[in-house]
Ligand binder design. Structure first.
Ligand SMILES: C[S@@+](CC[C@H](N)C(=O)[O-])C[C@H]1O[C@@H](n2cnc3c(N)ncnc32)[C@H](O)[C@@H]1O
Length: 286
């Protein structure tokens, strides 16, 4: 199983996929500090040979025929005009029946013009342009992908940001010294943006289907083991709840990554190898 993670950040997904799923994973990022850190951890954890993080524009990845491509938080940096080429490029990196998981912050309808280019996001998130989920789905579809699953992880992201905010508060002076008070305050605002529905986070799974064979189970099965382990199923925590019941950030982040890797892992399976007991849910990620 080979995974390409475009815009891999510090390499968390690459490490997780290699360590827990035996995946051979390549991550690419434009930030050299991320590459240094990721490579050091890969070496320290004995994953060299299975995991790699490179300082590379995703356009310059020369390898192809990946079983899965993940894009987590990169689409925000791809302007509307370049979106068709972006999806076409990722499509070209997959083998037949390979999967793309595209996960990004989106804007909810046209209600918030401040979020558009030259607005709030553009000022505080460098090179950022948010698309609506419908536009992402259509553009991905037009690039050739068969769309298999879509979900909004807005509340989940607010939970992750609650924990980031706690970390940020603990190190606020250092953050202000590094980026200034205005930017540090914006970072603290991020959670509210997701809780109050001015931002969403959509995750779309597409397959490079050929001749009708998508190698997908009839129902999504990636939540099954997780759901079994929980009792009873809980609902996503909102800001109001989180004040009394803070969710560990690490859990949300790790679970997201693990489901992503599981989605990629499932790309290897043929429909006939899916267990008959597989029921799944339509959610796909926790
Ligand atoms: C918001 S971060 C997301 C990081 C990671 N995927 C995560 O979820 O934590 C965006 C990442 O995309 C990378 N990036 C932006 N444009 C890129 C490009 N053209 N090619 C490769 N990486 C890019 C940045 O360097 C950064 O690592």
């Amino acid at each position: 199983m080979r995974l390409l993670d475009v815009g891999c950040g510090w390499g968390g997904l690459v490490l997780h996929a290699a360590r827990h799923y035996g995946v051979r994973a390549l991550g690419v990022t434009l930030a050299h500090r991320q590459v240094e850190w990721g490579r050091r951890v890969i070496a320290e954890t004995g994953l060299a040979g299975r995991a790699d993080v490179r300082l590379l524009d995703y356009h310059d990845v020369s390898e192809g025929d990946f079983d899965a491509v993940s894009s987590i938080g990169l689409t925000e940096h791809v302007g509307r005009a370049r979106l068709p080429d972006y999806f076409a490029f990722l499509y070209g990196k997959l083998r037949t029946q390979g999967r793309l998981l595209n996960h990004c912050i989106t804007r909810p309808g046209g209600r918030y013009p401040l979020l558009l280019r030259n607005g709030f996001i553009d000022r505080f998130v460098p090179d950022g342009e948010l698309h609506g989920p419908g536009h992402i789905v259509s553009t991905m579809h037009d690039a050739g992908f068969e769309l298999r699953h879509e979900e909004n992880l807005r509340e989940h992201y607010a939970r992750a940001l609650t924990a980031w905010e706690e970390n940020l508060s603990a190190y606020l002076q250092e953050a202000v010294a590094e980026v200034g008070a205005a930017k540090a305050r914006v970072w603290r605002l991020a959670r509210i943006a997701f809780e109050d529905e001015w931002l969403e986070l959509h995750q779309v799974l597409g397959v490079k289907t050929e001749r009708g064979d998508a190698a997908m189970p009839l129902r999504p099965d990636w939540e099954r083991d997780h759901l079994r382990a929980r009792e009873p199923a809980s609902h996503a925590t909102t800001r109001r709840e989180s004040e009394s019941k803070a969710a560990p950030a690490q859990t949300a982040a790790t679970e997201s990554v693990s489901a992503t890797a599981a989605a990629g892992e499932a790309a290897q399976r043929s429909p006939s190898s899916v267990p008959a007991s597989s029921t799944g849910t339509t959610t796909g990620m926790v």
